[in-house]
Design a protein around this ligand. Structure first.
Ligand SMILES: CC(C)(COP(=O)(O)OP(=O)(O)OC[C@H]1O[C@@H](n2cnc3c(N)ncnc32)[C@H](O)[C@@H]1OP(=O)(O)O)[C@@H](O)C(=O)NCCC(=O)NCCS
Length: 193
């Protein structure tokens, strides 16, 4: 069964808001707001009834060292897939690459925890390699159910990049907001379980 990946629509956001407590909702809202400001895409995998995974594709790196070195270029943040090991992560990464390339980007980047062996293996198999200048620090906050920040995490990360082949803007990217269309950025064969 194909795994569809699409940009979060207003209807999706209403469903996410209904499904999550205030803490998690703030996480989704920040990503949806970034998309609404035209600063990136909030990509969701799965069909309308079930969100299997997500990533933010920002049009500018959140890491100042990367911005200084490369200027504006697209970056994936917050990739998640649940359940894991069914090809959802791969489908989301490929969709993000397609969406970035369709905007004219020639490189895409991401930060991955130095001890996140599974994600490191997946990225490197998909063609990502260390960017060279060294590690970055991913700072993120942990809210409680009411949305109050209870902890600030600072994780050392490797920064990986991948060259993207140039390609023309595709209808699938352009129709991402058309709720009555297929609205798919990408589909990937789902792993047999
Ligand atoms: C990292 C993460 C996003 C990967 O997503 P995923 O959906 O599990 O990824 P995939 O299923 O595409 O690939 C994972 C494994 O399944 C295998 N696989 C994927 N699709 C397959 C298919 N169609 N047929 C056979 N195997 C497949 C891959 O080879 C890979 O194997 P590996 O463990 O040896 O590397 C997910 O595990 C996750 O959410 N982890 C927690 C959060 C996290 O660490 N995020 C990364 C932040 S940088």
């Amino acid at each position: 069964m194909p795994i569809a990946v699409r940009a979060c629509t207003p209807d999706d956001f209403v469903r996410l808001a209904a499904a999550f407590g205030a803490g998690r909702l703030a996480h989704h809202r920040a990503r949806y707001d970034l998309q609404e400001r035209g600063e990136g895409w909030y990509l969701l995998a799965g069909d309308r009834a079930e969100v299997l995974g997500r990533v933010t594709l920002s049009f500018q790196s959140k890491y100042s060292g990367v911005r200084t070195a490369f200027g504006d270029f697209p970056e994936m943040n917050g990739l998640e897939a649940d359940p894991p090991g069914h090809g959802t992560g791969t489908a989301i990464i490929r969709a993000a690459e397609d969406a970035a390339a369709a905007r004219g980007a020639t490189t895409i980047g991401l930060a991955v925890g130095v001890d996140n062996a599974g994600a490191q293996r997946l990225y490197r198999r998909l063609g990502y390699a260390d960017w060279g200048p060294g590690r970055v620090c991913d700072e993120w906050t942990e809210p409680d159910a009411g949305g109050t920040v209870t902890a600030i995490h600072r994780d050392p990360c490797d920064y990986l990049i991948k060259e993207l082949a140039p390609r023309a803007a595709t209808r699938s990217v352009l129709c991402a907001y058309a709720p009555n269309e297929s609205a798919c950025l990408h589909t990937e064969r789902r792993r047999r379980s």
